[in-house]
Design a protein around this ligand. Structure first.
Ligand SMILES: [Zn+2]
Ligand SMILES: [Zn+2]
Length: 339
């Protein structure tokens, strides 16, 4: 595989501006890095939060995109785990220091010095991308590139969020039935859980989609489900959903917020939290989350529902994601000319 000198990329130069389509130099891998020919890259709500400045410390200019599927075309001198020609996935967590107090106690997702793909290092809205070999993952066979992309963020964050619901949770509400929900609902149903899907008011298509994926009930976010929930997973970025979810949970219910950014949570009476209900967030992912989900995926088997866009259509994909006009997950699929 010959690697050209330049590549096409969609670049964020400043917050709240459209991405710019440009030619730039193909990056050189550092000693522990691999160079990846990107084949597909998912488009995620977090990309919108970077674009909008809600996540306020991007490296600028930056190439967005943290659900990268591609093939290794170059390796740094110290790379031992991967070889040219292997298909890998790259998630949001780009690297950690391995030495801070969080890393030492197995919470690398909270690392003080973590770097993030498509935010503090360049991501996958481009023909090529770099990744640290320790933060790349081999991908299951039998899936097309675009089908795997949503597993790498929506799937991983969804999986971590689902794990935090606890093993005893049997009745699980999911608020916001987008990319993460459509993946994790399949895992949950496979593991014998009962899924209750909550969509924005009037989203009949979203409710039908959730039922097709095995939800036992689907309704609007303010509605009470027919049974009290053991856990609620919140993937939509609206703080009021936490209060809706508290009203829908049983004693000991756990509310897990999967989003990286959320609007303010309205005040609510303490009785809604009483009886050991818990509200928590999840941040980022660990490599263990990735290894677990990628091994579970072919067993379920998880089927992802994707809408494909060309690289240069990234702004349109982001616009539709913002409008709630994507069913499943949006994925940029790169034109492959030489392989
Ligand atoms: Zn650390
Ligand atoms: Zn994401």
């Amino acid at each position: 595989m010959t690697v050209p000198d330049t590549m096409r990329a969609m670049v964020l130069e400043a917050a709240r501006q459209p991405l710019r389509y440009m030619q730039m130099a193909v990056p050189e891998p550092g000693p522990a890095q691999v160079l990846i020919r990107v084949r597909a890259c998912g488009v995620c709500r977090t990309d919108l939060h970077v674009l909008d400045g809600d996540l306020s410390e991007p490296k600028l200019p930056v190439i967005l995109g943290h659900e990268i599927v591609g093939v290794i075309v170059g390796t740094g001198a110290e790379v031992r785990s991967f070889a040219v020609g292997e298909r890998v996935g790259v998630p949001w967590l780009a690297s950690t220091d391995g030495s801070c107090r969080y890393c030492r106690r197995g919470q690398e997702n909270l690392c003080d010095k973590a770097l993030f793909t498509g935010y503090t290092v360049d991501g996958g809205f481009a023909e090529y991308a770099l990744a640290h070999e320790n933060y790349c993952f081999r991908l299951p066979e039998g899936y097309a590139d675009a089908e795997l992309a949503p597993l790498l963020c929506a799937g991983l964050i969804g999986y971590r969020t689902y794990r935090m619901a606890g093993e005893h949770a049997e009745r699980i509400g999911i608020y916001g039935f987008g990319a993460a929900a459509h993946i994790i609902a399949q895992v949950a149903v496979h593991q014998g859980k009962r899924i209750y899907a909550f969509t924005r008011p009037g989203d009949v298509a979203g409710q039908a989609f959730a039922r097709r994926l095995g939800a036992v009930w689907a309704g609007e976010s303010g509605e009470r489900p027919p049974e009290g929930l053991d856990a609620a997973l919140i993937f939509a970025p609206a703080g009021r959903l936490i209060v809706d979810a508290l009203r829908a949970t049983c004693k000991g219910g756990v509310i897990v917020c999967g989003g990286i950014h959320m609007s303010d949570i309205p005040a609510f009476p303490y009785r809604l939290l009483w009886e050991e209900r818990v509200i928590r967030s999840v941040a980022n992912l660990t490599r263990q989350d990735a290894e677990e989900l990628l091994s579970i995926a072919p067993q379920v088997p998880i089927k992802t529902h994707v809408q494909a866009f060309a690289l240069e259509e990234a702004n349109e994909a982001l616009r539709r994601l913002r409008a709630g006009a994507i069913e499943g997950a949006a994925v940029l699929v790169m034109a492959q000319t030489d392989d």
